[in-house]
Design a protein around this ligand. Structure first.
Ligand code: 5GP
Length: 174
């Protein structure tokens, strides 16, 4: 039985269909090119798996883990790299794979850092975006779904490390 605190927002079928569409778009845009999929741990692991197996472009896969200390009072915020990528991104096409863009702080700072490493191109694919929560400019090139400004779990996203394995995305009521 489903946890009574959960309310399904995006079904597993909707997610899979969207992954099909995103993969077609990405393959088309990177035709004849190889790319590095740089997944942001931990939340994007399921999206990375679903998306990457649909791509026919040659890809390398690597991971970064960041912690953001989004302090509303210090507009800059700080993004700390907890695990850096192993593959060199210099001179390569890089596609950052994100689970969700909320205020945009994490993505804005991560992209700023990655740009200093001189990738040939840098784009972002995110499964989810909460446009109403945006405070920092963070461009998403490929987006799964826009969602309302509420806390969601599932499909990689957690609450205290739980719910990541749900194949759908749900609102978590407290
Ligand atoms: P941002 O820096 O864009 O404000 O936040 C991005 C990070 O906050 C995401 O990568 C994710 O880890 C976390 N986050 C933001 N919104 C949600 C949400 O609704 N559910 C969960 N589980 N995590 C979220």
């Amino acid at each position: 039985m489903m946890d009574p605190r959960l309310k399904e927002l995006i079904s597993a079928e909707q997610i899979q269909r969207r992954c099909d569409e995103l993969a077609v778009e990405i393959d088309r845009d990177y035709a004849g090119k190889s790319l590095v999929l740089l997944a942001v741990l931990k939340g994007s692991y399921m999206f990375l798996a679903d998306l990457s197996k649909r791509l026919s472009s040659p890809v390398m896969i690597d991971f970064v883990q960041v912690s953001s200390y989004g302090d509303e009072k210090s507009s800059s915020g700080i993004v700390q790299i907890r695990k850096d990528h192993d593959v060199s991104i210099e001179g390569r096409h890089v596609l950052v794979v994100e689970d969700i863009v909320d205020t945009g702080l994490t993505l804005a700072h991560l992209c700023e850092l990655l740009r200093t490493r001189r990738p040939l191109s840098l784009k972002v694919v995110s499964m989810l975006s909460k446009p109403a929560a945006r405070r920092h400019e963070a461009l998403v090139d490929y987006l799964g779904f826009e969602i309302p400004n509420e806390f969601v779990v599932g499909y990689g996203l957690d609450h205290a490390e739980s719910f990541r394995n749900l194949p759908f995305i749900a609102l978590l009521k407290d």
